[in-house]
Write a protein that binds this ligand. Structure first.
Ligand code: NAI
Length: 338
């Protein structure tokens, strides 16, 4: 197989980005179908994705024999059932993170995927495909800074004064499932997948008190302890004044690696009467645009050349399991054992 015919489901904030990447930037990818329940989004597809077949339902798209793989960029609550539907229809599937909002659904997906070993199924933890994180992972592997024992990682969004995201908070699973899930996956990946044993978390609503109605916070911190003694600290925020700041530090026996210590938008420094400063990336996509391309290329290559995927469904299940425990700790104010 030299080309993979792909259908995309979900043409919202991130789905449109994936669609344009598949249209323009992914070698071996042929975007042949797009699906959204909304006419407005299918109108966008008609303009931006000429020649692509448009569908209102996943079922209709899956009935197209030419579709060999599906990109799911839909609300998190739909991921598990939609992955299962894709696999049962004989399609390879890439799904945005997180895999699901409960462990039972993750395990159902794993069980169905095991029935279709010839099909690739991958959840998009995009940071694993970012050049800087990959470099840090290699340096850890080479022992450059010795043995890692603590990872401190944060996902902090620019404050949205309109509180637009408050509307989506109930279906997102909360700040730790939505944002820190990336940091959780990084902790497992960069610390060598140790077994998690207990978590504690707390949070506050600094600017968006309406989040409390669904048990969520706009700033949360969590601590995770692993069985081998390694530790992880997570910070997630919706209220940063300067931009989007994803920062990860790995403390090790002979040094420390930091990724993203300054969320600079580019290499320009401004020196003036206020001092020396730089502009910052404003959102996750600006920070990870190239990683989204590398991630999609990895998936397409894995399908076309029958290569192993960089991460498994079990990795995605484990991220959900830890994210849920942290959310439980936040809500109960108790330490949660895993
Ligand atoms: P969004 O709300 O902008 O888009 C959701 C899309 O799904 C819309 O096009 C909507 O019409 C479509 N949709 C809803 N119900 C559907 C159904 N039954 N069948 C087919 N399509 C349906 O959401 P956004 O921000 O694009 O997020 C989508 C997913 O991507 C979420 O799971 C989110 O967690 C993930 N995400 C991942 C990020 C990352 O850093 N990897 C960043 C942002 C989002």
């Amino acid at each position: 197989m030299s080309e993979l015919n792909i259908g995309i489901v979900g043409l919202g904030r991130l789905g449109r980005r994936h669609a344009l990447n598949l249209r323009d930037r992914i070698r071996g990818a042929q975007l042949v179908a797009a699906c959204s329940p909304l006419d407005e989004e299918l109108g966008w597809a008609a303009e931006q994705l000429p020649g692509v077949h448009r569908h209102h339902t996943l079922e209709a798209m899956l009935a197209e024999p030419q579709v060999q793989a599906v990109f799911l960029v839909t609300p998190t609550a739909l991921h598990a059932e939609q992955i299962i539907a894709c696999l049962r229809a004989g399609k390879h599937v890439f799904c945005e993170k997180p895999l699901a909002l409960n462990v039972e659904d993750c395990q159902k997906v794993e069980a169905v995927a095991a029935d279709y070993p010839q099909l690739k199924a991958m959840v998009g933890f995009v940071r694993r495909f970012d050049a800087s994180y990959q470099d840090a992972a290699e340096k850890l592997q080479q022992g450059l800074v010795g043995q890692p024992y603590l990872l401190r990682s944060q996902t902090c969004d620019l404050n949205d004064e309109n509180g637009f995201f408050v509307k989506f908070a109930p279906s997102s699973g909360g700040i730790f499932m939505d944002c820190s899930i990336h940091d959780i996956d990084l902790a497992r990946w960069l610390l060598g997948s140790p077994k998690p044993v207990r978590v504690w978390a707390t949070g506050t609503n600094a600017l968006h008190p309406a989040l409390a109605d669904c048990g969520d916070v706009d700033n949360g911190v969590a601590m995770l302890e692993f069985a081998d003694g390694k530790l992880a600290c997570f910070y997630a925020s919706r209220t940063q004044a300067h931009g989007h700041e994803t920062l990860t530090e790995i403390f090790a026996s002979a040094g420390r690696l930091s990724v993203g210590a300054n969320p600079r938008a580019n290499r320009v420094d401004i020196s003036d009467a206020h001092g020396v400063r730089n502009e910052c990336v404003q959102d996750f996509y600006q920070r990870f645009a190239e990683a989204f391309v590398s991630e999609a290329q990895h998936f397409v290559d894995a399908v076309l050349h029958n290569q192993p995927l960089a991460l498994s469904l079990a990795d995605a299940t484990e991220a959900t399991r830890i994210g849920l425990a942290i959310t439980q700790a936040l809500r109960s104010k108790q330490v949660v054992e895993l």
